[in-house]
Each structure stands twice: as C-alpha cells, then as structure tokens.
Write a protein that binds this ligand. Structure first.
Ligand SMILES: Nc1nc2c(ncn2[C@H]2C[C@H](O)[C@@H](COP(=O)(O)OP(=O)(O)OP(=O)(O)O)O2)c(=O)[nH]1
Length: 206
C-alpha cells in the first residue's frame, strides 16, 4: 500500500517519515485563496477541511493510474486567534503584528485532513476531519521577536510559529496533538485511514 502526500510541506513529509512512512509527494497546485474566498460564512473547521479535500482530490485524480492501490492525504493548517483565521504571515510586517498580539495569549491551531482511497486505479472512499490544538504563547521581548523574524521562519509557517524550530522558544505549552501543529496529525490520520479501510501499519516501512 502506497501513501501519496498531496503537499509541498517538508514538515508534513518529515512527520510521516519520522513515523515510519515514506510517502510519494505531489503538489496539488490548488488555488487556496479562491477556495477560502468562496467560503465567506464557513466555520474555521470547514475552511481547513475543504482546502485539504481539494488538495487530496486534485492529486488523487492525477496519480490514480500511477498508484492504483494507495491512499492520498491532503492537509491544511490555520491558526484561529482573536476571532481571525490566519495562515502563513508571508511578510515580516504581518509576522511582527501577529506576534505582538499573540504573545502571552492563546490560539487554536486547526489542521484539516482528507484521506482518499484509490483501489484498482479508481478513487473510492474519502474520510475527512480536523484536529485542533490550543497553543499557549510565551512572552518574547520585542528584540526576540525581531530576531525570530530575521530567521525567516515565521513568515513561511501557519500561524507564524513552529514547535520544533526557532518558534519553540516562544511556545509555553500546548493542549492537543503536537504532530497536528507541526503539520500532520498522526492520530487523526490513523482514524481517517480506518474509515477508508486501511490500517496505518500497512504503510509502515519495515
Ligand atoms: N516544522 C514545522 N512546520 C510548521 C509548524 N506549524 C506550521 N508549520 C508549517 C507546516 C506547513 O508546511 C505549513 C502550514 O501551512 P499550509 O497549511 O498552507 O501548508 P503548505 O502550504 O506549507 O503546504 P500544503 O498546502 O500542504 O502543500 O506551516 C511547526 O510547528 N513546525
């Protein structure tokens, strides 16, 4: 059984590799902004799951013949904070503004996953879900925030922070699944695989 990761994310790839799975990685190329704009009234959970499903379905359609007996997983992560649902800061200015409001507070990192089963080259069962993890942010000083921005890290990750990178110095704690924050929730993925008739151990590289 092959696992196809519909993601360009090195973090998601590394979570799977660290958990014994060597996926085939394909970038979906979906227009995430257009999908978010089409969901003005949707809940944060619906937004991240819709994005994850779009990525998984796009890649599954493209690889079904190449991987006729496989599962495809799509993901999306966003931070719910101060009534906003935000993704990657993108620029130093946005990262600075986010950290100025996040410091000392909490946020919820939402990760949506969608798992599609391909059998005999045909896309069949689909299972989707969301993991949410409460993040308790530390109190970096203005100088530390500037130094963190200077690393370049916060601009390229959902919520503008990491657990396993420079950002770890500024996260006091979490309530929930750490793999979900880093990029791919292992327990959620395991449950979704069961829903499409696959046991995670079938994917382990022995
Ligand atoms: N290493 C690490 N990366 C993180 C952490 N938190 C978020 N990220 C990264 C993982 C993902 O690459 C990215 C989440 O942003 P997106 O959901 O837009 O995914 P991305 O565009 O990177 O890849 P994808 O849409 O799956 O092709 O942020 C963390 O704690 N550690």
């Amino acid at each position: 059984m092959q696992l196809v990761l519909a993601s360009e994310s090195p973090a998601r790839l590394n979570v799977l590799r660290g958990a014994g799975v060597e996926p085939h990685q394909f970038i979906s190329g979906v227009n995430e902004e257009a999908i978010v704009d089409s969901l003005p009234e949707a809940s944060p959970e619906v937004v991240v799951v819709t994005l994850a499903e779009a990525k998984a379905q796009t890649v599954a359609a493209a690889v079904a013949h190449q991987f006729p007996d496989s599962v495809v997983i799509g993901c999306d992560s966003m931070l719910a904070h101060d009534g906003l649902l935000v993704g990657k800061p993108g620029t130093p200015e946005v990262a600075r503004e986010r950290w100025t409001t996040m410091a000392g507070g909490t946020g919820v990192l939402l990760t949506g996953h969608s798992v599609l089963r391909i059998q005999g080259g045909v896309v069949g069962a689909i299972a989707s879900g969301t993991a949410s993890t409460t993040i308790r942010f530390g109190l970096p000083s203005p100088a530390e925030i500037e130094a963190y921005i200077a690393t370049g890290e916060p601009m390229a990750v959902a919520g503008g922070f990491t657990l396993d990178g420079y950002g770890g110095w500024f996260v006091d704690g979490i309530d929930g699944d750490p793999s979900s924050v880093i990029g791919l929730s292992l327990p959620l993925t395991r449950r979704l695989l069961v829903e499409v008739g696959v046991s995670v151990v079938e994917l382990w590289q022995r």
